[in-house]
Design a protein around this ligand. Sequence first.
Ligand code: X2W
Length: 282
Amino acid sequence: MSRDWIAIARTLSEALPYMQRYSGAVVVVKFGGNAMGDADAMANFARDIVLMKQVGMNPVVVHGGGPMINQMLDKLGIQSEFVRGKRVTDQATVEVVEMVLTGLVNKRIVQAIMDEGGRAVGLSGKDDDLMVAEADDPELGFVGKPTEMNVQVLRDLFSAGIIPVVAPVATGMDANQTFNVNGDTAAGAIAGALKADRLLLLTDVAGVKDASGEVVTQLSPDQTRQMINEGTIAGGMIPKTETALDALARGVRAVVILDGRLPNASLLELFTEHGAGSIIRE
Ligand code: X2W
């Protein structure tokens, strides 16, 4: 036999308790631009999401797309810089961010899920006022901090058998405002408002690393805070772990930071004893 069919059958059988545990569970999956990779990686991700839905979970995809925004800004000759992990966003930039995220990136993910036999609908924070934001910091321009979440539309989509795919663009309190929201921040706010069972942050690193560079598989919020204060958690991992702490404080049961480039990363985390990346919970 060219493949170990017996092992495949055993793997499926061993996944049963996990499928039972997560039946009906709400799982918010942040799919970062750096985890998107090539067409195969996209198809692989979409297949995992469709499988989650198929076995009775309610996945919500919240995506990023930083590298794709950079490419388009380059083409248009618009300069862009990051301050504390967030893109300084002027009027010209916010228009490009909205076009790239709600257009190109959002529809690419919707299409990939449809191609794997799922049903997906793409929306941004503007749709049904899902995510209302205010300016995060005057230095950052039109970067938004979510202040009001209206997640009923997501529940309506769940019960219709549809996987929501959310672009992190928010509406403001004033007419015609658009805010660029960091993808991790948006995923945390959505997971918090849904009191999700899991928030998976798919990125391009293996997880939270300790001082010796080893991935820490389990962390409490207190340990995480301590590692941030000591400087062991640094750079791009700071906004991710802060998002995790905020989501836990809002009632999300557990947050997992994992390498989205690993084949079937989400399934490994959800359906096996092994788990993947770093899980943060009380
Ligand atoms: C991000 C939104 C996209 C994002 C940006 O403009 O790049 C802010 O920085 P990744 O791929 O998840 O990094 N917004 C405010 O978060 O993309």
